[in-house]
Design a protein around this ligand. Structure first.
Ligand SMILES: [Zn+2]
Length: 213
């Protein structure tokens, strides 16, 4: 499906989530393709040597959907299971490489298996309360963190930790598409996430939650 300025709907939401996961800033993840989303698409396209026209056709989709879905070079499968199977990948904790097992949390994203199991329980509980907790970014490979860090340093990405030192690389942090601090989703998390072991540990980022158990 080709998306462009003024497009609306769930495919736009998906596009915005993928852009954000890739380290670009599409503005609010709200399903409305506005100026900020167009700017992020153009920045994404020029970074990946695609025609920077701000129109999301097959090539741009293909690039967005194939990146970020292969932790450690292994094709991951998104399965909405509460007892996920683990995939062995190379993670980083405090600058050191280590083998970790990751499992799906939806949207093609992964967390360390224990964090994933807890996240999936939390997501199910939120859903019962009528609240959606879409994962926008989870486990990141070294290549993904390097790309985010480069985008951040170049001034067109969110704050990103030095490669090797992000809790995303240990499979412990998840960015959730919650909207802002005043959103229902954020307020629900502020009340309930600790029961599932998640804390909001970056002050300016309502979306960033880390498993500390
Ligand atoms: Zn984060």
């Amino acid at each position: 499906m080709t998306l462009r300025i003024n497009s609306r709907g769930s495919q736009v939401t998906r596009l915005q989530a993928e852009l954000k996961a890739a380290g670009f800033n599409p503005g609010a993840i709200d399903g409305a393709f506005g100026k900020n989303t167009q700017k992020a698409v153009k920045a994404y396209q020029s970074r990946y040597h695609l025609q920077a026209d701000g129109i999301v056709g097959p090539r741009t989709w293909n690039k967005l959907l194939t990146d970020g879905k292969k932790p450690g070079g292994t094709q991951s499968v998104s399965r909405p299971s509460s007892t996920p199977r683990g995939t062995s990948v190379t993670g980083y904790v405090n600058g050191r490489a280590r083998r970790i097992q990751v499992a799906p949390i939806g949207n093609g994203k992964m967390l360390r298996t224990d964090a994933a199991a807890s996240f999936n329980k939390m997501k199910a509980a939120a859903r019962r309360a009528g609240i959606n907790l879409p994962a926008v970014s989870g486990f990141r490979t070294m290549a993904q963190q390097k790309a985010l860090y480069a985008a951040y340093r170049a001034g067109h990405g969110n704050l990103a930790a030095r490669p090797g030192y992000s809790n995303h690389q240990g499979g412990l942090s998840v960015d959730i598409g919650v909207g802002g601090y005043s959103s229902r989703a954020y307020k629900w998390l502020a009340r309930n996430a600790r029961h599932y072991g998640f804390v909001n540990d970056v002050r300016t980022e309502p979306w960033h939650w880390t498993y500390r158990r």
